[in-house]
Write a protein that binds this ligand. Structure first.
Ligand code: SAM
Ligand code: SF4
Length: 331
């Protein structure tokens, strides 16, 4: 029995936020003080997460992405990766991380069955990276990329949230990086989500800007076949490039028509859409696999045709659930 919504979209991908904690404070994601942390006893245990994944796998979920907060700050993550990868029906486990803790964990994660990583690096200049992440060290994130490549967590994707006046002048440097290295760089539009939605108007820049800069540099972006697990990204190749480019425009171009994803957040709520108020707790279904499958099906049926994000941001009528920050939802 597949997880098909009212608009005929099949769901085979589950994003799991394993923690709301983070070792950085990115300015598009949270305030300088961080976020109010969920008490530890309200965060799903690994056993509980596994129950949800088993029920999902029985209904056709084949891909799982671990995210956060920063997933690598949660202890014993390799153990979770190993157990998820062994669930019948699960074909790949991947992760989105800021990369800071990857140098020590890439090997054990690969060995546990992790396939690939997406690493968020929004600037190639140490001072700008420090400003965006509020104190992060670029060389540590780059060491994370190196470790991921060395351990074969490929293709390594680098996520870049494009922000006017912060990193938009670095588009040429990022395009050069994709020419020179075997990396898939994904530019993402700034989304008006959570506590940082107030900054949206100031920083938002449509991704048509990246295409314009590439054309100006004599590096026209040519549509290319999807990269493994590309999700909503449009993919492009560069002349003579070892790497590729992805553009993710949730705002300027809706990507909802092909959405195949469900989200499970750390405190145990299932979300059918990144920006939608309906959420359902998995707790009442824990210990009962039939009920858990039923719950997953109900959540999929509640999915809207499109998310409600727009530019400029119009969030006044949304509930606090729809306004959870990215560090709670997991991107
Ligand atoms: N800590 C990990 C990381 O930074 O990759 C995983 C969690 S983070 C919430 C997941 C993704 O969401 C990151 O790629 C991050 O850049 C993106 N993100 C966070 N806030 C965003 C926003 N307001 N607009 C667009 N992307 C955002
Ligand atoms: Fe942490 Fe990721 Fe949010 Fe940055 S984007 S503050 S690394 S959760």
């Amino acid at each position: 029995m597949a997880l098909t919504d009212l608009f005929g979209r099949k769901h085979d991908y589950l994003r799991i936020s394993v923690t709301d904690r983070c070792n950085l404070r990115c300015l598009y994601c949270m305030g300088p003080e961080g976020v109010k942390q969920i008490p530890q006893d309200q965060i799903l245990t690994y056993e509980e997460i596994l129950e949800v994944v088993r029920a999902g796998a029985a209904l056709g979920i084949s891909g799982v992405r671990l995210t956060g907060g920063e997933p690598l700050v949660r202890r014993g993550l390799s153990h979770l990766v190993r157990r998820i990868s062994r669930i019948p029906g699960i074909e790949e486990v991947t992760m989105t991380t800021n990369g800071i803790l990857l140098p020590n964990s890439a090997g054990p994660l690969k060995e546990a069955g992790l396939r690939r990583v997406n690493i968020s690096i929004d600037s190639l200049k140490p001072a700008v990276y420090r400003r965006i992440t509020r104190g992060g060290k670029l060389n540590r994130a780059l060491a994370g990329v190196k470790a991921a490549l060395e351990k074969g967590l490929k293709p390594v994707k680098v996520n870049i949230v494009l922000m006017k006046g912060i990193n938009h002048r670095e588009v040429p440097a990022f395009l050069k990086l994709a020419q020179e290295q075997e990396l898939h760089l994904r530019f993402i539009e700034y989304m008006p989500i959570g506590a940082r939605r107030d900054r949206h108007q100031k920083y938002y820049l449509p991704l048509a800007y990246v295409q314009k800069v590439a054309a100006r540099m004599g590096l026209p972006l040519t549509p290319a076949p999807p990269v493994a697990g590309a999700g909503p990204a449009e993919n492009f190749s560069l002349p003579g490039g070892k790497g590729t480019i992805g553009l993710i425009h949730p705002i300027s171009r809706h990507f909802c028509g092909s959405c195949n994803r469900l989200r499970l957040i750390a405190e145990g709520y299932l979300k059918c859409c990144l920006y939608w108020q309906e959420e359902r707790s998995v707790r009442p279904a824990l210990g009962d696999s039939v009920l858990m499958q039923k719950l997953l099906q109900e959540v999929v049926r509640q999915k809207p045709e499109k998310h409600l994000m727009s530019a400029p941001c119009s969030s006044a009528s949304l509930s606090p659930q729809a306004m959870r920050g990215m560090s709670r939802i997991g991107g």
